[in-house]
Each structure stands twice: as structure tokens, then as C-alpha cells.
Design a binder for this molecule. Sequence first.
Ligand SMILES: C=C(O[C@@H]1C=C(C(=O)O)C=C[C@H]1O)C(=O)O
Length: 287
Amino acid sequence: MTENMPGLAQVRRAIDGVDDGLVLLLAARSRLARVAGRIKARAGAGGRDEAREQRVRQRAASLATALGLEPEVATGILELAIGAACRDQGLTNDLDQGGTGGSGRMIASTMHTRSDPTPARAQQLLRFVPPPRRIAPLLRVVPLAVQQRLLERAMAKVLSGPLNGGALEFMAGRRLGIEVSDLALRWVVELQGSRLVVVDAPAEATVRGTVTDLLLLAGRLEDADTLFFQRRLVLTGDTELGLTARNVLDRLPWERVPLGLRIALNRGARFASAARSAHRAGGGANT
Ligand SMILES: C=C(O[C@@H]1C=C(C(=O)O)C=C[C@H]1O)C(=O)O
């Protein structure tokens, strides 16, 4: 059938050549990463370098955009390459409890869940977990005041360091919206004194995302840049306020968040993400 299309065979041969080149380049990258790993190990500084990984992703996304390629194509391939390089160096994706990285932060990578595949049986069971949009109507029976109090308490816990250290001063009198799209939840928070409170007023800037992506961000399993690049988190309204808030959250001293909460967020995010993958694999959409 394809032989009837003039020129197609030649173009496909050229595509094959490019694909071979891609694989060759990936093999070369893998060798170089191994050398980097050895150099770091010799210097006694083995471990993942989150900031470096972030720069790698950002460079690829910018170059791809400049070349008219979807940035996700480049970052997706690099994400796989970085994950493989880390596994090659024997680096794990687990919670960083102040170990090798030096920064004490947990490693953020989209590979966390993918490099730790969910066993087939668990995958089947996860499909029975209702997707968030089906849980949304149930949440509506939770009184608004209760929801607000829970959110205020969670923010006070997670953000106690920046709140007491004055890092959130820029939020004084400003109103930031948080929208969990698939749960149909929406809050507007404002800094009053040293407390973030939920208010009943329009937001100046809003961050919107699914519960799974927001949990992945809060649990540091994915970083804000990746989520914004991939438009899984969307910022609307006053961009400056939104970006400042995002940057502060990005620099959040994770090691100061109570360990129990860190683990709960991490587990919750992994669970939500695994359930989403199971739904997608099962043909579910928008979960
Ligand atoms: C290769 C290195 O090790 C890891 C792998 C990276 C990569 O594949 O680009 C980047 C940072 C490190 O987490 C390195 O430190 O450069």
C-alpha cells in the first residue's frame, strides 16, 4: 500500500536514520553520565543533583521550543535518560532524609513513579479506585467551613518555616486562589499576620491543577517547572504574584516539614499517581 505513495519510502528511510542517531546519542549520553557518576563518587559527592537535572530539562525545553518542537517531547526523552542515568549510578528515588544530595531536599523527578512500576495485580486493583472527578460530589457534603479549616491547618504545618521566617511577606493582603480542577474545589487564601487564611473574596492569581498533580507537587515527586511546562498546573491572573508564590514554594525548606507529613504527602502522591496511571492504562480519560 505504501509503495503507491511517491517518496514515502525515502522519507521513512531518513526517519530511520534519524532514529538510529537518536539512539546512538542516548547511548553516548549514558556513557558520559556514568563517567560523571564516577567523578562524583571519587570526590565523595555521589548522589542525584536535582538542580542540575532541572537545568538539563530547562535547556532541552528552551531549545525544543526554539526549534518548533513540543517541549514535552524533549523533556520526556531526557526524563527517561536522566532516570536511566540515575539507576545506572545506583541512585534511588526514595525520600532524601538528609543523605547524599547535600541540600536535604527530596529529589523531584517525573520518573519516581515510572521507575518504580506498580505490580500488575496492584495495577488491576487500582483501577477500582474511583477517579477524583467521581469523588468530587462526595466532597460537596463536607461543610465548607470544615474544608477551609483543614486547608488552613495543612498550610500552617507545611509552611510554618516560611511563615515564621517572613518569606511569605509578599502575600500580605494579596489573595491567591488554589483550584483543584477534578475535585471541583476552589479556595482563596490570604496572609493575615503570620497566618494563611481562607477568605471569601476573588483571587488576584490562581493556580489550577488536578488533585494528583497538586499532590505530586506538594510531595516533591514532581517539580513546579515541569508541571507548569507541561501545563498540568496553570497559572491565571496576576502572573507576578503567582510566580512569586510558586518560587517560594519551590524553595520551601522541605527538611523542615515534619517527617510524618512528608511521608504522608509522598505516599498520597504516589498512590494518586499510580491510580491515575491504572485508569489511563484501562482506557479511562481525564483521570
Ligand atoms: C550525570 C549526573 O548524575 C545525575 C544524572 C543527571 C543527568 O542524567 O543529566 C544529572 C544529575 C544527576 O542527578 C551528573 O551529576 O551530572
